[in-house]
Design a protein around this ligand. Structure first.
Ligand code: GLN
Length: 552
């Protein structure tokens, strides 16, 4: 080890915060995010403040440039970070807004270190994974601590233990944990117990092996959270405790649940948060989970079922629209209805007859965000259908742009109306690149991102559901309604019910004569919470419930 590798990292005064690192073993897609978010919920329910960070070992600087087919949705924070979808779970469960500092990738860490090297900050030194990369990772933990000053900071490390690319993160948390001192930082290791049908047994060996890999990197977990499809027998819990060197009470079962929102309650039953508090030398507190318990009760006892169609391009992977799906569910819970999703590949709707057929059994329709020309004509057909048949409709981002194009072509009679995203030479570019975007080069973090204010028109449907004339919503787009066409569209009956404070950007459109035809340029799905559904999703689902005469 070179001499510089021995430099001890300086924390400053970080003693007020306790650190909880979450790692995963055996398989990927274990639901570490849900487990971390559930722990955050249980701590919040005890009155503690919680901040979170997600460490992703891939080299992309952020997930903003990744295909939703590969990586699922890109979640956007108030301050405009394009992050992993797990951050959405954390915000929804903990009911807090996180920031740029909550998302750390290998790419962003290396980018900072390499920029420093080019600037000459390490002049004379050899720049190495240890200590330079690991120090940068630790400094990200410190920066988030300084911003949020939380009682607890939960840090989830993406990927599976043993992955080569995750090693610098594991080494950094090993150092951080040691330097933070006993009782100030713990490691929760999440694993899977496979069930062998033939012998009727849950197997603990893969978990034991993954803990021994973790140990080989110098990390001893304090808690094990085991994903399982069956109850874990006491003997198997004892075996796991013994072989993995964790207390018996610190082997926590995490069974497959019907709804992810049941997970915090199932973990609470096993005293999960109190075991965490004990390991972190913090006095136990009683949790107030009454609102969450009644939410879960509503989830489990729906009075009716409604069907909402999502007509988009990434319908093969539901994770691509995960916040949209969760927001639909939240608004359903408030009405005590179960919301079934019908995935419609918009390309199939290019054929009018097929589109009509697909629309027959749906109660409401969402056309979500997206990029590129594929499936656009199908989306326009879907929107024409819902407009002509008074089917409750919510358009989001690209969905709003399509709603404007459809109205321009079919109602306002603006021939060849289109977006320059789909046809650079459109004769009537009703949707065009935003002025600020015209000189932008490159794709990373260059869109209009994050929270912006919007003024609502008094007496509009949007105003009614928000109950306010000033709102703030999160954005992720490059194109906008072309102001040159606003008067013509208004004359044809389209109402612009939400505008940016300078009056230049159209944020919400609606058709007042229909029960619910509202579309927005921002992404309302990023702000919906299970206990506080988003007003625009409530508008959609409440209208469906009313149209069908349910729950009255
Ligand atoms: N492609 C459109 C734009 O960039 C819509 C983006 C989106 O739906 N997030 O403006």
């Amino acid at each position: 080890m070179s001499q510089s590798a021995m430099v001890v990292f300086m924390y400053g005064d970080l003693t007020m915060t306790k650190y909880i690192f979450i790692t995963g073993g055996v398989v990927s897609s274990l639901g570490k995010g849900i487990i971390g978010a559930s722990l955050g919920k249980l701590l919040r329910a005890r009155g503690f403040s919680v901040a979170i960070q997600k460490f992703d070992p891939y080299i992309n600087v952020d997930p903003g440039t990744m295909s939703p087919f590969q990586h699922g949705e890109v979640f956007v924070t108030d301050d405009g970070a394009e992050t992993d979808l797990d951050l959405g779970h954390y915000e929804r469960f903990i009911d807090s807004n996180f920031s740029q500092l909550s998302s750390v990738t290998s790419g962003s860490v290396y980018q900072t270190v390499i920029q420093k090297e080019r600037r000459g900050d390490y002049l004379g030194g050899t720049v190495q994974v240890i200590p330079h990369i690991t120090n940068e990772i630790k400094s990200r933990i410190v920066k988030a601590q300084k911003q949020f000053k939380p009682d607890f900071q939960i840090i989830e490390i993406g990927g599976t233990i043993g992955d080569i690319e995750g090693l610098p993160f594991i080494e950094a948390i090993r150092q951080f944990k040691t330097e933070a001192g006993i009782g100030n930082a713990i490691n929760i290791h999440c694993t899977l117990l496979p069930y062998l049908q033939t012998s009727g047994e849950l197997k603990t060996k893969p978990s034991q092996h993954s803990v021994s890999v973790l140990r080989s990197y110098g990390l001893q977990p304090e808690l094990l959270v085991c994903r399982t499809s069956k109850a874990i027998p006491k003997t198997e819990k004892e075996k796991l405790a013994l072989f993995c060197s964790v207390a018996k009470e610190a082997v926590i079962e995490c069974r497959d649940m019907k709804s992810i929102y049941e997970v915090p309650l199932a973990l609470e039953e096993q005293n999960f948060a109190n075991v965490v508090l004990k390991l972190l030398n913090t006095e136990e507190r009683k949790a107030n989970l009454s609102a969450w318990t009644s939410l879960v009760d509503k989830i489990n006892h729906p009075k009716s079922v409604i069907k909402i169609a999502i007509a988009g391009k990434y319908t093969k992977l539901s994770d691509a629209y995960i916040s949209v799906v969760e927001s639909i569910k939240h608004a359903g819970y408030a009405n005590q209805v179960k919301t079934e999703i019908k995935w419609i590949n918009s390309e199939e709707c290019v054929d009018n007859e097929k589109c009509k057929e697909l629309m027959q059994d749906v109660d409401g329709v969402i056309v979500p965000g997206g990029f590129g020309i594929r499936g656009i004509e199908g989306k326009l057909n879907v929107i024409k259908y819902v407009r002509e048949n008074n089917v409750p409709f919510l358009g989001i981002c690209l969905g709003m742009q399509c709603a404007v194009i459809e109205y321009a072509r079919n109602v306002a009679g603006i021939k060849g109306a289109n977006s320059t995203e789909f046809d650079e030479n459109a004769i009537n570019p009703v949707i065009d690149l935003m002025l600020e975007q015209k000189n932008v080069k490159g794709y990373g973090a260059t869109m209009r991102l994050g929270a912006y204010e919007c003024n609502l028109k008094k007496g509009s449907k949007a105003h009614a559901v928000y109950g306010s004339t000033k709102i703030s919503e999160r954005h992720r787009h490059r194109y906008e309604v072309n102001t040159d066409y606003i008067d013509e569209l208004k004359k044809a009956g389209l109402v612009f019910s939400g505008m940016s404070p300078d009056g230049m950007l159209s944020e919400i459109i609606e058709l007042p004569q229909l029960d619910w035809f509202v579309a927005c340029q921002f992404h309302p799905e990023f702000k919906s919470r299970p206990e506080r559904p988003h007003p625009l999703f409530r508008g959609l689902i409440d209208t469906v419930v009313k149209q069908k005469g349910l729950n009255s």
